[in-house]
Design a protein around this ligand. Structure first.
Ligand code: SAH
Length: 408
């Protein structure tokens, strides 16, 4: 795809913002988001992608960020306290810092990695994942559109990707297409003809980088999967919300007798099947009996009577908005209750949540309360948050939590 017009020519003039006192001190203390309702004055070219210069009450420079005309997050902060020029060199240094932070995570055994994790790497609303030699950039705000050529140059200079695929969240597709960018297209290199194969801790997986959810795979569960592998020898395992079988493959390599993938999507179940086939050379994976169930996991867990030694529950986000939080906590309670019903005595429950609006304390609380209410003995074995390639640098960024409990 030919990159659209040169970014510096399409950049608008910076917009000048003033904020409420509360927002000003939040920004000063390092929070990367300024909400629309805390902007008290806007002057200049208030279009998405403009640089936004924020001034404090004394009229001194406060911070610089990316302006987003439509999102409730009106401005995403790039730098606080001192004036910096936001140009190609700035992006390149952000990209290099993100790279250096992860230099010792990548290895020939793990070629799937998040290299840039949005706000937490100083590049708010932009993600870069690698699947072997294929890079995937996903954008969550149109504010990046005028800066893309510079950012892509930086990525090219830092990473030796053979190809780079662009993914867009739904909210910016129209604006992007006006600038010549489309979801699921190659920025350079050929678009991969079929899912890309990469390695995670030595297990091969496919990632549908062009059409798949997020960038094609859930890289954030790598460490939880690796822990599960240590717990599955001779066990029967149910992987609820299995997607492409991430947890299942590790359970199988750990010596599980059988693994059952449960997902509502036939596409996800087929992908898991292909992932098992990719790893037939591994004796344990080849020997593991694989079953699949295509069903609504909430219903199936409640109605089915089958029992398993290990149950993994990793649903999609149950609270997309703050107002859905209480309902989500209730839903987690119901889900955990029926997951426990599917456990054989002394079985292992591994429960994860990716709902940013439900915090660690609430999630671990609802899991443990539900387990305790059964009246059986229980033992917490492990809790975890974010892996090192998905750092979380402010409260709203801490979406991932996972807990393992032996029940009964
Ligand atoms: N555990 C997975 C990631 C899960 S993503 C991993 O390690 O990669 C969430 C998955 O839940 C998706 O595959 C989606 O198809 C599935 N899903 C969403 N709603 C569902 C439902 N009601 N019942 C079963 N699966 C569902």
């Amino acid at each position: 795809m030919t990159p659209p017009e040169e970014s510096h020519r399409s950049l608008s003039k910076p917009v000048r913002l003033r904020l409420t006192a509360a927002a000003e001190s939040r920004v000063r203390s390092g929070h990367p988001w300024v909400f629309g309702n805390s902007v008290t004055e806007v002057k200049g070219d208030a279009v998405s992608g403009s640089l936004a210069v924020m001034f404090d009450r004394k009229n001194d420079f406060l911070a610089i960020g990316l302006y987003d005309a439509l999102s409730p997050i009106r401005c995403r902060v790039l730098s606080v306290g001192k004036r910096v020029l936001i140009d190609r060199a700035f992006w390149l240094s952000r990209i290099r810092e993100a790279f250096e932070r992860r230099a010792n995570i990548a290895s020939p055994r793990t070629t799937g990695l998040r290299w840039i994790h949005g706000e937490n790497d100083g590049m708010p609303g932009l993600v870069l994942d690698a699947y072997g030699s294929c890079g995937v950039v996903k954008l969550y705000t149109p504010a990046w559109l005028p800066h893309l050529s510079d950012v892509f140059d930086g990525i090219k200079a830092q990473f030796g990707f053979e190809r780079l695929v662009l993914r867009l969240s739904r909210n910016l597709m129209t604006e992007a297409s006006g600038r010549g960018w489309k979801d699921g297209t190659a920025v350079w290199g050929e678009l991969p003809p079929s899912p890309v194969v990469f390695s995670e801790n030595g297990i091969l997986f496919e990632a549908d980088v062009v059409r798949g959810q997020k960038t094609g795979f859930f890289l954030d569960q790598r460490e939880n999967r690796a822990w599960l592998e240590t717990q599955t020898r001779d066990r029967t395992v149910l992987n609820a919300f299995s997607f492409s079988g991430g947890f299942s493959l590790y359970a199988a390599r750990g010596g599980a007798r059988s693994v059952c993938d449960l997902d509502i999507s036939s596409h996800a179940l087929r992908s898991s099947g292909r992932n098992f086939d990719l790893n037939r050379a591994d004796r344990a994976i080849d020997a593991c009996v694989r079953q699949t169930v295509q069903a609504d996991a909430f219903e199936w867990l409640k109605e089915n009577r089958q029992q398993f030694d290990v149950v993994v529950v990793d649903p999609p986000s149950l609270a997309k908005r703050e107002m859905e939080r209480a309902r989500a906590v209730e839903a987690y309670g119901r889900l955990i209750r029926s997951a426990c019903e599917r456990l054989s005595p002394g079985g292992l429950l591994l429960a994860a949540s990716c709902s940013a609006h439900v915090n660690q304390e609430e999630f671990f609380g609802v899991v443990l309360d539900t387990v305790k209410r059964r009246g059986d003995p229980w033992l917490e074995l492990r809790r975890s948050g974010h892996p090192a390639d998905h750092p979380s640098s402010f409260p709203e960024a801490a979406y991932l939590k996972c807990i393992a409990v032996r029940v009964g």
